[in-house]
Design a binder for this molecule. Sequence first.
Ligand SMILES: [Cu+2]
Length: 293
Amino acid sequence: MISRAFAGVGALICLPLATVAVADQPKPWQLDLQEPVTPIMHQIKWFNHYSLWFIVPITLFVLALLIIVAVKFRAAKNPVASRTSHNTAIEIVWTVAPVLILLFLAIPSFNLLTAQLTIPQNPDITLKATATQWQWNYEYEGGDNPLAFDSYMLKEPDRAAAGKEDVKVYPRLLAVDNEVVLPVNKTVRVLVTAAPTDVIHAFAMPAFGVKIDAVPGRLNETWFKPEKEGLYYGQCSELCGKDHAFMPIAIRVVSQDKYDTWKAAAAGDLPGANKALMAATDAPAASVAVASK
Ligand SMILES: [Cu+2]
């Protein structure tokens, strides 16, 4: 709890620095959460800051009590210890106060959990993400153009051929060969699983407020609605073997038009569709593609 409070204080200090940088990926020395891009992540960020208003004062209060007790009642100053064993007023206060504090934390916490776990009835897109040691496979469910592809971490020798030389936009260990492409402001249901004979992985996208296990033989469900175009990065977040650190998740959020063009072309020629989309999103201004504020 104490370390969380310090992280929070650090985050508040560093906030002006964090907002300058791009919004879609981890930053050096970042302490706060990533910039929220979905309604759920806005709520998570709010709840994080809200709970710090309880955690920081409690931590400081307990620290102050400890210091007072250690100084005021030290053996040299207080050779005969008090034999007081009970005080009804104090018993009531330290029972009722924590109950109230926990209620103030529990109610918004359960609201958030409900919002996360309530899958929208009519999602615009259903995406299936299947984890394997050590890459992701994505399937676009339904519609006229079934589409499925593997997504591997971009290997350094392939950078130039993929047209992904800019390490700010395509960072080492986070960039992939084939990104998931999704339209902006659309509700996306994600079905998450792992290959039948594989191990447990986890699908995590910090800017979207999504983290859910990918379990062999089991279909987990989550959802998000990205509000801003950009290229967003996440990682497998369940220790899954020697290349666990090398199976990133990349989601490119684009306009509906660009998505439709990409989707129509991708079924026949995925590398070509990706190249065309990169030319359309990266070329005019690289800063747009990285969703800077
Ligand atoms: Cu994994």
